[in-house]
Write a protein that binds this ligand. Structure first.
Ligand SMILES: Cc1cc2nc3c(=O)[nH]c(=O)nc-3n(C[C@H](O)[C@H](O)[C@H](O)COP(=O)(O)O)c2cc1C
Length: 194
């Protein structure tokens, strides 16, 4: 990574020259004059469609294997090393995540779009071939060929609406696997352009 001053600057619209391609944008400041929408699930979804996020898969082993695609993964704390992710309580994975002492966290690469789709698909046998996985530390199922995997010890499950925010401490991992990040934006899986 070159120093910040040598990087190609992203082309961002300036306040004096708004992006004509932006939805509902204006050239006369009218964008700021739009009436705000009321808070709703639709507003939240519309907002986050425009928020690019790295794609992760969370796995766990209980009475069965569980795993799901997640974009809610966040780095929370360095000391101790903590991450968090949200999991829907109506999801098939929740009963296993609710009981798990450890979870696997995988940061997917741009070569793993199919895997991301599979781990989001209801009814799919997510751990059957062609999915390649092995048993990792603490018995956690670990997906093969990911750029990064972590095994984390669950320290809290915080109620948050129809989800739980799971906070977990990183206990093992490999940050040097193959590939560049897979990014989810506007309903699509993308590779980074630069
Ligand atoms: C791009 C993307 C991101 C997702 N992020 C999350 C997430 O952060 N938390 C979550 O609980 N479900 C998330 N989901 C949904 C799950 O991957 C999965 O589709 C859902 O749990 C339904 O699975 P089930 O049929 O096993 O219940 C996401 C789905 C997609 C496609």
């Amino acid at each position: 990574m070159p120093p910040a001053e040598n990087r190609t600057a992203p082309r961002l619209p300036s306040p004096s020259s708004p992006d004509p391609g932006s939805p509902r944008g204006g050239t006369d400041g009218s964008a700021d004059a739009r009436a705000p929408l009321d808070g709703s699930p639709e507003l939240l979804r519309a907002a986050f469609r425009r928020h690019p996020a790295g794609v992760a898969v969370i796995t766990a082993r209980g009475s069965r294997l569980a795993g799901f695609t997640a974009t809610s993964l966040t780095s929370v704390s360095a000391e101790p090393p903590l991450v968090s992710f949200g999991v829907g309580t109506a999801s098939g994975s929740w009963p296993v995540i609710a009981e798990a002492e450890h979870v696997g966290v995988h940061l997917l690469g741009e070569h793993q779009r199919e895997l991301a789709g599979l781990f989001a698909r209801s009814g799919a046998d997510r751990f059957a071939p062609p999915t390649r996985w092995r048993e990792g530390p603490e018995g956690v199922p670990l997906l093969e060929s990911v750029p990064v995997w972590l095994v984390c010890r669950v320290v809290a499950r915080v109620p948050a609406g129809d989800h739980r925010v799971v906070v977990a401490e990183v206990v093992a991992g490999d940050p040097a696997g193959p590939g560049r990040p897979l990014v989810h934006h506007d309903g699509c899986y993308n590779a980074l352009r630069d």
